[in-house]
Ligand binder design. Structure first.
Ligand code: DOR
Ligand code: ZN
Ligand code: ZN
Length: 430
């Protein structure tokens, strides 16, 4: 069988290190079958799934169950996050043995209401994870600041869409990023700052990088393309944590992905039902929206428009995520020894995003009606077509594999870790 790719570009498939496929627990929002089908259509060949499913992925039993569900249904490769919460620190060795790609720590409360650990518990968690070399991805919003302000606004009856934005000043994220960076510097734990939404967060990120802290950062299309100006028209559709911010944040975020302060693009694909996204009272609207299928067309449009080169895009979408999680060169590259995870794209293909035609179970995105240029035509995972000529290959269901076993992460050198504390926490259970 030959494939005519004249006029097309062959790229490493994207690695989306931040998706919520809702399986198990919320089948009306998404599952591994629908989520990974959307990924295949979007040129995404590896996804990392977040642990805020039911029950949260904090024990080896729950992790094993999720591996089973994912392995049966996934069209693309996947990593599974383990939850690093106050109650799951002791489970870290079990979760690593059970095959997590990394850990997720919620500094702020969001969908699924995972409680955020105290700073003391965070320090312990970092100390326990540091010597394993695994990376800790952080939802970096400080719960105590966030909840106090939002409760006050709610009590005042301020429920207009803009109140949501006003309730969440960027200091909520800035404080969290700074605190996480200090704990990383102290313990040597590798960390990743998820969904950077504001210009203000870039300062603690840059400063930490300059000090040699093992810290990386991501942003998402919603923070690059949407702003507070869109609340009037979109309302609850763009309700997301962290919130979409004032327009002046956009250019600094674009500059940060150009200068390497922000290492990669992820989507925070967060599907919800139309009913859950369109409730009248904005405070009751579920946060987040799907993005795994639309990231590549949206970013390739920026390549077409001359904002970045195709090499920049591959660095942000594939190369850097693979490096950060120790998957390079099997993933994120097309060099000899790669897995041949490929997105074949037509850089000139004009497309209009239509919610109803997307493959996520969630049909409510802020991107509906948006015109893009550049579309994945074929997607291959480990050399096999999972999407061909814009059609999902039906029997690719179940082809996806967990990537944890190919992960190689050199263990970072210890920094200021209190070795006694680590020894106590890691003492085997008797
Ligand atoms: O908007 C969000 N939705 N932000 C998060 O951090 C979680 C996510 C979800 O799971 O729905
Ligand atoms: Zn988050
Ligand atoms: Zn998320």
């Amino acid at each position: 069988e030959t494939l005519d790719v004249r006029g097309l570009h062959v790229l490493p498939g994207a690695i989306d290190c931040h998706v919520h496929f809702r399986d198990p627990g919320y089948p009306h929002k998404e599952d591994f079958g629908t989520g990974t089908a959307a990924a295949a259509y979007g040129g995404v060949t590896t996804v990392f799934d977040m642990p805020n499913t039911i029950p949260p992925v904090g024990t080896k039993e729950v992790l094993a169950e999720k591996h089973k569900l994912a392995g049966e249904a996934a069209h693309v490769d996947y990593g599974l996050y383990g939850l690093l919460g106050e109650d799951t620190i002791a489970n870290v060795p079990d979760l690593i043995a059970g095959g997590v790609i990394g850990f997720k720590l919620y500094m702020g409360n969001t969908f699924g209401k995972i409680p955020s650990p105290t700073t003391g518990a965070m320090l312990e968690a970092f100390e326990v994870v540091a010597p394993t070399g695994k990376r800790i991805s952080l939802h970096a919003e400080t719960n105590s600041i966030m909840e106090r302000r939002e409760t006050r606004l709610r009590d005042f009856g301020r429920i207009d869409p803009l109140a949501h934005l006003a309730a969440r000043p960027a200091v909520v994220a800035v404080e969290a990023v700074s605190r996480a960076a200090i704990l990383s510097e102290w313990t040597g734990a590798r960390i990743h700052i998820l969904h950077i939404s504001s210009a203000a967060e870039l300062r603690p990120l840059r400063e930490a990088k300059a000090r040699g802290v093992e810290i990386t950062g991501e942003t998402c299309p919603q923070y690059l393309f949407l702003s507070a100006d869109d609340y009037a028209e979109q309302a609850g559709r763009i309700r997301v944590n962290p919130p979409v911010r004032e327009k002046h944040n956009q250019e600094p975020l674009w500059a940060a992905i150009a200068d390497g302060t922000i290492d990669l693009i992820a989507t925070d694909h967060a599907p919800h039902s139309t009913e859950e996204k369109t409730r009248k009272d904005i405070w009751t609207v579920d946060c987040g929206f799907p993005g795994v299928e639309t990231q590549m067309p949206m970013m390739l449009s920026e390549v077409k428009a001359g904002r970045m080169s195709i090499c920049d895009y591959v660095r942000l979408s594939a190369f850097n995520p693979a490096r950060v999680w120790g998957l390079y060169p099997r993933k994120g590259s097309l060099t000899p020894g790669s897995d041949a995870d490929i997105a074949v794209v037509d850089l000139d293909h004009e497309w209009t995003i239509e919610d109803d035609k997307l493959h996520s179970r969630s049909k409510t995105t802020p991107w509906n009606g948006r015109k893009t240029t550049g579309l994945p035509v074929h997607t291959l995972v480990r050399g096999r077509f999972v999407m061909k000529d814009r059609k999902l290959i039906a029997d690719a269901r179940g082809w996806g594999q967990s990537v944890h076993s190919i992960q190689t992460m050199p263990v970072p050198s210890p920094k200021n870790t209190d070795q006694t504390m680590v020894a106590i926490l890691q003492e085997p259970k008797t």
